[in-house]
Design a protein around this ligand. Structure first.
Ligand code: PRP
Ligand code: URA
Length: 215
């Protein structure tokens, strides 16, 4: 059965370099070291797209030739919010783009039987409600973990939330866009479906286990 969702809330980051790297990431023979490096690189591409509309302001710059007006980021504060554990693998790629961003952590684990997430850790910057939040997790499967993380941030007054993942299932996109119609999702791939264990098909397996070598 086809799962439909509000496609206007979803950006597919499908640059040829992204598709190439993602094919290597999916390969079951790709080892931990390379997997971790690829997650970091894909997060950078994802983050680049997710920050395309950041506000800008004029700045006067004295070049060796003359003085002219150019653009710089308008100083809107950012927070990267990884969903532990696998989301941690995406943080450094985004910090490469915006080194001054703060990082808030949310620990979330799916129950292997019910597939429901439960929260085990949270630590946010004090002014989180003033920041644009980039929630990062490589896998959006049922959407439960992302939904719980995003509703935690909404309860703390965060207005601008962007969800960055590497592989999403249509089921997760539908669920998340229905639960929070204001969130925008950036993903490097939209896969076919979830299997009976709520794993993404074709997917890449368990992202956390592959990043940390705990298979
Ligand atoms: C994985 C993944 C997401 C979640 C996605 O984490 O990193 O957080 O599952 O599934 P969902 O959309 O159905 O909630 P997992 O619970 O395996 O924990 P881990 O990151 O510690 O491996
Ligand atoms: N979590 C993962 O790591 N992979 C999936 O396919 C689904 C949830």
């Amino acid at each position: 059965m086809t799962v439909t969702y509000d496609a206007s809330r979803v950006t597919l980051v499908d640059h040829p370099l992204v598709q190439h790297k993602l094919s290597i990431l999916r390969d079951k023979n790709t080892g931990t070291n390379q997997f971790r490096q690829l997650v970091r690189e894909l997060a950078l591409f994802d983050g680049y797209e997710a920050m395309r509309d950041l506000p800008m302001e004029d700045v006067e710059v004295e070049t060796p030739i003359t003085t002219a007006t150019f653009k710089q980021l308008a100083g809107k504060k950012l927070a990267i919010v990884p969903i532990l554990r696998a989301g941690l693998g995406m943080v450094d790629g985004i910090l490469d783009l915006v080194p001054s961003a703060r990082v808030g952590h949310i620990g979330m684990e799916r129950d292997e039987v019910t597939h429901e997430p439960h929260e085990y850790y949270c630590k946010m910057p004090k002014d989180i409600d003033q920041r644009i939040c980039l929630v990062v997790d490589p896998m959006l499967a049922t959407g439960g973990s992302a939904e719980m993380a995003i509703s935690y941030l909404r309860e703390r007054g965060v207005k601008d939330i962007r969800m960055l993942c590497i592989v999403a299932a249509p089921e997760g996109l539908k669920s998340l866009t229905e639960k929070d119609p204001d969130v925008h999702i950036y993903t490097c791939a939209i896969d076919d479906h979830l299997n009976e264990a709520a794993y993404i098909v074709p997917g890449l397996g368990d992202a956390g286990d592959r990043i940390y070598g705990t298979l």
